[in-house]
Design a protein around this ligand. Sequence first.
Ligand code: CFM
Ligand code: HCA
Length: 533
Amino acid sequence: MNERSRTLDKYSSRVYKNRKEHLVQIENAPGSQEITANTRTVPGIITNRGCCYAGCKGVVVGPLKDVLVITHGPIGCGYYSWGTRRNKAVAEEGGQNYVPYCFSTDMQESDIVFGGEKKLENAIAEAVEIFSPKCIMICSTCPIGLIGDDVQAVAKRTEMKYGITCVAYSCEGYKGVSQSAGHHIANNGLMKYIIGTGDKRPTKKYSLNILGEYNIGGDGWEQERILKRIGYEIVTVFTGDGSVETMKNAHLADLNLVMCHRSINYVAEMMKAKYGMDWLKVNFIGVGATMQSLRDIAKYFGDPELMARTEEVIQDELAQIAPDMEYFKSKLKGKTAGIFVGGSRSHHYQALLRDLGVETIIAGYEFAHRDDYEGREVLPFIKEDADSKNIENLVVGPDPKLYKPKFSEAEIEKLREEIPLDTYAGMMREMKEGHIVVDDYNHYETEMLIKLMKPDIFFSGIKDKYIIQRGGTPSRQMHSYDYSGPYAGFRGAVNFGRDVTMAIFTNAWAFVVPPWKTQSVIKGSLTGGEEAC
Ligand code: CFM
Ligand code: HCA
């Protein structure tokens, strides 16, 4: 065992037994290692995870701009999911945009005791009167499931009474392992009630949907900008700056691109089964990754003119960002990073960091599943899905009218030799020997790993960022980008390079000697200098 291998021994001797299977140190045999993932959070742990409601309302349906989303529950869940995720959206001309609003039934104690359906119906009546939305979605918080409000019945009555679309989700916070359970509940609803209900065909020769892109800090806009420059039509985006109006026609696009595999892979699979649409795993985070994704998309269509246009756009975009990227790389080359985010970014951002000469030595997901770590080929071997009892596993078959595969099975097989069609290889394969992968890790483990591995920068979330930063390691917030972004595509890479350079070279906390290092502590107060406040 080399020096690095011993790091994990040192580390795992200090973590609880039930966490050991969630830790992997990469060995030199890609694809051979297994990790335990998607298990319930250990009670009492300070977890970085969110809840099922957060995954449904906050992540998947919240960004749909023409949907008026009502949080059914006490005010806290609605309030704390209001505007924090930075999923940007702009109304279409003459269209609606409810993203900046927060709607809640504000359940009080008496509603919990006597039931909240009436209150929900009153809230819907008020929303219809003030906003006239074409679509309302209801997201349930924990007490709703406990008191048994029938939100689906309310949704049906709403549709009949007002002639609008209404979808209700039983996405109570406790419903599954974490956000990933909420993604699944939300997406099942979109699959059942929205996708496939429109008939507006794309007008351009090649059309795409972008799945699992939530337009945080404008990432989706940068992807659309590049794809449109090449000549593609974007039918809909799931769900950043997206809308029910466009999502209805998603089944009429030529190809599904999948950004965040964790939050949406089953929609891509269901659309393949129902409409015959292929899906392609892409990554628009990173210059190299963006180029690879653009080339893969062009290869799917196999049109020489499209391939030439793709190269032309790539070369032009590269020329525009080259001086900035070179400068940031000259500053960052040789640095190391740790990254711990929800379910996709810990993989995606390794590509962008690599472009800047930074190696990721620790990476982990909050709630991803084994296939996100090890690749989709492990799917048949996953013994038990902790959410399978609570969350419906929709099974769809070919639609008699709409099932229209673009290629024959033989052609698909051939394409698969060149591009990752309908598959995903996972994060661990791209990591190097000795590097550490941690699933669902907690604040104690964060501090422990940073002490052992000493990364130059650590990317994480709101809850842990400041602890890390005050410990002397610069930290960028990888969920909503600390008010910055976009980080995707070509222009986004420059923004990221600038922000990482600033973080590492202006690491204010590393220049300050904390008072406890120079003063002694007597009975809880500091002596030998000014008292800390
Ligand atoms: Fe997918 Fe996301 Fe992520 Fe995610 Fe999230 Fe997010 Fe995330 Mo926060 S959908 S898994 S549930 S890429 S909200 S936009 S940043 S934890 S890594
Ligand atoms: C969520 C949203 C979140 C939270 C980020 C964090 C986001 O899962 O509820 O806790 O740091 O991206 O805003 O993931």
